[in-house]
Each structure stands twice: as C-alpha cells, then as structure tokens.
Design a protein around this ligand. Sequence first.
Ligand SMILES: *Cc1c(COP(=O)(O)O)cnc(C)c1O
Length: 386
Amino acid sequence: MSTVDPTAPLGDGTRLAHAGDEPVVPGTPLRPSPVFAAPYHLGDQPPGAGGADAYARPDNPTLRVFERAVGDLDGGDCLSFATGMAAISSAVLAVVRPGDRVVLPADGYYASRVLGRDELERLGVEVELVPTLEIESVAARGDLAGARLVMLETPSNPQLDVCDIAAVAEATRAAGAVLVVDNTTATPIGQRPLSLGADVVVAADTKALTGHSDVLLGHVSTARTDLGRDLHTRIAAWRKTTGNPPGPFEAWLAHRSMSTLDLRLARQAANAAAVAELLAGSPAVRNVRWPWRAGDPSYALAQRQMLRPNGVVSAELADADAVLQLIRSTRFFLAATSFGGVHTTVDRRAQWGGDAVPAGFVRFSCGIEDTADLVADLGSALETLG
Ligand SMILES: *Cc1c(COP(=O)(O)O)cnc(C)c1O
C-alpha cells in the first residue's frame, strides 16, 4: 500500500514538470505537440457542437493546456497574450471606462506608464502615478477611494522595491477598485499575488517564466472569486474581439520552457547572491539592490511576502563609461535588455530613456552559468574599474 498522501502540497519542481498535463494516455506523447489551425473541420455539425473547436482566435487546444499550466501555478484562471504589454493593456482596457481613475506604478516597467500617458488619457481615463514605496501609505490614507483600477509591480523593475500586496488589496477592496499586480520579476513560483488578495495577476512571460530569451509572451490570471470570474469573462471577450492571442508555437515553446523554471530560478538566485555580494564589496559600485540580501531595504517584506528569490540585481556604477568598461572587461555579462534568461545580462537602463535612474544604473540578470565562473569574471572586471 502506498503511504503517499495525494493531497499533500507538491514542490515547485514537481508542479512545473507536470503543469497543465492531461492524465496519461498510453501511446501518446508526454506533452501534446502544438496544434496549428485557423479554422477546424466542422463536418456536418453546427459550430461548437459537442464542445468542438471551430476557429482558433478564441479556441486553441495548445493555448488551453499552457493556460491551465500557468493558471494552476498562479492559483487562478489564465489567459495568454502575444506579449507582456498585450496582457497588461488588455487587463486594463477591458475594465476601464472614460472618467475612471487608474493608479499605476511610477517606477515600474516604463511601457505601462506609456500606456497610461498615450492611450488611457486619450480615452478620458485619469492616470495617477504612485511610487512603489508610497502606495501603502496612499492606500492607508484612504486615497484609493474612487479609483477603478490599481496596478502594482513588486518587486518593481528595475529598482527592485517591494510593496505589501495584502495591505493594498485590503484598501482596494474597500474602495471597490480592481487590484492588478505585475508579477513578472517574481514569477508564479516566487510570489502568488492572487492568494494575497489581488484580483488579477499580469506578467511578461518573455522574462524568467520562459527564460531562454527566445519568445515574447504574456498572461493575465484572474482570481477564482466572483469578481475574478467576471473579469476573466470580460478580458477573454476583449482578447477575442481585439484579436491578440499568442500563436500556438509560442505557447507550446513557453510550456516546454517553464518546466525547468524551478531549476533555473535556483541557480539564478544562487548566482545573484554571489554577484550582489561581490558588487557590494567593490568601491566602484553603489546602491546594490537584491531583495534577499540582508540589509536590503526590501529584505523584510520580500522574506514575508515572497516564496523564493530570483536572479535580478540592480546597482549603480559611476557613469555610462564605467558600465561600458564593465561590459568590455567581462566574458559572460552580456549587454542585453530584458531579464530572467539562462544567460547573464547587464542593461544600462538610462540608455532607453524610460526610467528615472542615474546614467550608471545597471540591471543585472544572473543566468544559469556556474557561480564560480561568474564571480571570477565579474571580480576581475570590477578591479579594472578601480
Ligand atoms: C518586460 C516587462 C513587461 C513587458 O513585456 P513584453 O513581453 O516586452 O511586452 C511588462 N512588465 C514588466 C515588469 C516587464 O519586465
């Protein structure tokens, strides 16, 4: 007799290896191949008879399997989108009306602010930007009253500030507003905003969830509550009407890639711990941020709210030249934007013009290389910075 309790919670590695999978059928692949279709055969049946798929803009089995995988990890119901911004803009635009007030992070992913400034305001939506470190006090003062939607990004990209999701969720619920959390940096196994009271999770799966720097993708997961189910219906209708689901190949590739997220995050986090320590010990570097490093301003809240660390570290070098010098003197710290991939990357954020950061501010994304190799590489490069 087996003594295994089938209801015991499973570890991240197990959940990821099996996420979204159907019960086994002998003679079939462990994971189904992508289904490429625009229309499906209708035969002599009316569209949708017996639950059959009719047209792929709303219905694709590859997307459904991938969405079940991501939704189960988030603890909600997932809709996949062609990019992170498609997911974020859909979650917001499917909900707001002219005259609504929307609160967005002042220091999060810059394109979310552009969405507010260039699209929401044009539609008569009032956009208020609040820094991640101030949203809790804004909420505690009752200043979210009258807001239709509040979006958080925690840890914020690129400065890695953390805010208290549960505290803000309580205030948004009291205010009758929808709480959306951009969970890109944390990933679904690093933080579960829906279980902390958020109504909607959005994420750029372009980053660590897929983690190989080879796909653009995003998702929206809604809470399994009455409000969450209403939002899911609304956002699914939005996606069908505006026509922005991802292609099945991307969804299949993402499902394949996310199987290894537990392993990748573990190595990325170990590398980040070592890289942050090395950076902090260098006289050429200031303001090293990694929320899991003792002494980091976000440490206590990250420990309490998040489930595990990841590989994103930020720091400040003297200026743009110092960053260039670092890039030229390292072998494995590749200059690239985005983050969460298997390669270690560095991005001087000021070069993009969207973030209010100093010229020498760098976002490091630690990959899955061996820690000793990264430490040796970065250590010798930092010495050249004097
Ligand atoms: C990258 C990113 C996005 C946008 O994702 P795309 O796939 O590039 O559209 C949104 N939010 C955060 C926090 C991101 O890092």
